[in-house]
Design a binder for this molecule. Structure first.
Ligand code: S3P
Length: 174
């Protein structure tokens, strides 16, 4: 099975990895898994509870195990967590085993999409804008280094983004 049978979506919280990924998988007739949902399913605990009990480090270990396993599955669209690119091992596994798509979005949009969210421990802060800015300073280069394809997303529909991805995949694989 070649790399094109595995697609991995990366990008920050609120970029649309889960919604876009699910629709992309449906359109391409592939399976879809979100790594956070998979971790929650396996542990029976929510992401905030895992952060509470095991800290970010414990969560990253679980995330690494899930990404290692899922990045070897065939016919899969995998939506990774926003911090998955922090570990070199994850970056290598995703890049070497699949076609990696970075969903890029401006911070204003990310803030808007996540403003009522209580399920993301890193955003439970007084100043989410500052948090996003700090995270993106570190992560933006990692997203770009890991991705084969960068898709700029804005306020356009999910269907529009999915079409853009499919066109970019065709060009990339040609
Ligand atoms: C995180 C992003 C979250 C989740 C966890 C940590 C991050 O995933 O993995 O809260 O470090 O950016 P989403 O990007 O799907 O929200």
């Amino acid at each position: 099975m070649n790399q094109s049978q595995r697609i991995v979506l990366i990008g920050p919280m609120g970029a649309g990895k889960t919604t876009v990924g699910r629709q992309l998988a449906k359109t391409l007739g592939m399976d879809f898994i979100d790594s956070d949902h998979e971790i929650e399913k396996r542990t029976g605990a929510s992401i905030p509870l895992i952060f509470d009990l095991e800290g970010e480090e414990g969560f990253r270990q679980r995330e690494m195990d899930v990404i290692d396993e899922l990045s070897q599955r065939d016919k899969l669209v995998l939506a990774s967590g926003g911090g998955a690119v922090l570990l070199l091992e994850n970056r290598q596994h995703m890049h070497d085993r699949g076609t990696v798509i970075y969903l890029h979005a401006e911070i204003d949009l990310l803030l808007n999409r996540t403003r009522h969210d209580h399920n993301r421990p890193l955003l439970q802060t007084e100043n989410p804008r500052q948090r996003f800015t700090e995270l993106m300073t570190i992560r933006e280069p990692l997203y770009r280094e890991t991705a084969h394809i960068v898709i700029n997303t804005g306020k356009q529909s999910i269907a529009h983004t999915v079409n853009k991805i499919i066109a970019a995949l065709e060009e990339f694989q040609a």
